[in-house]
Design a protein around this ligand. Sequence first.
Ligand SMILES: Cc1cc2nc3c(=O)[nH]c(=O)nc-3n(C[C@H](O)[C@H](O)[C@H](O)COP(=O)(O)OP(=O)(O)OC[C@H]3O[C@@H](n4cnc5c(N)ncnc54)[C@H](O)[C@@H]3O)c2cc1C
Length: 407
Amino acid sequence: MNKPKIVILGAGYGGIITSKKLEKLLKSGEADVTLINKHDYHYITTQLHKTGIGTAADRQIAMSIPELIDISKTHFLKATVTHVDTDNKEVQLEGGETVNYDYLLIALGFEGQTFGIPGVKENAFELRSFRSSKAIYHHIKKQLNLYKEDQDPSRLTFVVAGGGFTGIELLGELADGLPKLCKEHDVPFEKVKIIGIEAAPSVIPFFPKQSVEYTTEVLRKLNIQLITSTKILGCTADKIILENKIEVPAKTLVWSCGVQGNTIVQKWGLPIEKGKLAVDSYLRVKNTKNVFSIGDCSLFMKDGKTSLAPTAQVALQQAPVCAKNIVASLRGESLTTFEYHHKGSVASIGLSAGVGKVGTVRLSGLIGSFMKLVIEARYLFNLGGPSLILKQHFGVNREQVKVTVKQ
Ligand SMILES: Cc1cc2nc3c(=O)[nH]c(=O)nc-3n(C[C@H](O)[C@H](O)[C@H](O)COP(=O)(O)OP(=O)(O)OC[C@H]3O[C@@H](n4cnc5c(N)ncnc54)[C@H](O)[C@@H]3O)c2cc1C
């Protein structure tokens, strides 16, 4: 008898943890598992601000997928998914190859959202993937080099749009990392301007007043100019156009104003709500019995009312339940309902400050930044045990991940 085929699309937080759980749950020879991802590396999205400025080594952020999984149990395919044909239970890949499935998990993550603001898609950078963060790093270095030739101050103006967690993490990292980069390129750091622009009246507006005040104070101490209550109307390669006819001459804009689910899933004839795959309480795409979806490309309604935010925390809690339910489906057993428990949110602001909330405890300062490190270390531990932490942080037995980016 043919073994059931389980296919996982996406090796981000949701996909990779599900495949690792399946390795443990499936009996030998019980099913064939294939994991498909467009790159052969998995990356720590929550640390991409560091790759963007070069304050962390690439090996700390990106790691080889075949090294993370058990290749005797999971077949890895580096390929880009273009279509899913649910009638024929077939995944189509760029290049024309197809992969058949009996059970499918769609965990294809997110895309940046530009809200159709003119020039943003063409000119702004995004902190979305390892590749896009490397593009920021190379662009910054290029601007520092060109500044030495033309002394154009707009080359030394670095603007971050969006004052949410990602925005403040990037602002803090720019303030921490640019002095060293400037020194390496023989450019005076005193001439650098770092600007954060936010449409709401403050940064992290969804957080308690004390956290907002603390974050604003830390950013100001880092000489970051904050422009709040101001919308960006457009941008070109050389300037950012704000409301009230203000223009900021700058050759670097990093857009960090929100994400949406990967829009590719909208074209597959599956139920879509708010642009994402609508899933039931078992993480199955609605109206299907054999297609599951987790993470940022799926919409799970907590208590049937509130949708969950697109966070790694959600994807990581969904993955083990999803793995369990895939195995239960193929064994004809009953499925487990997914329940989300919010544990907190923490953001770093450079190396020595952080802000957030864990449980009911509000965090700030060094303890906040330390907690962010603890969360990352915990994830690495779950992914590959203590040996992965050693590999990531000390480069033990570790080859560099190779990425090509437009420079
Ligand atoms: C800068 C930044 C900071 C963040 N910080 C935090 C934080 O501190 N805490 C937190 O909880 N969350 C944070 N998030 C959110 C978190 O990263 C996401 O919620 C999480 O990555 C979602 O996991 P996922 O598995 O759904 O998707 P992803 O992790 O995005 O994985 C999707 C995978 O699918 C692959 N893929 C996409 N399209 C295709 C295709 N067509 N074919 C093949 N492969 C494809 C991608 O390469 C990727 O590997 C942050 C996000 C960003 C961008």
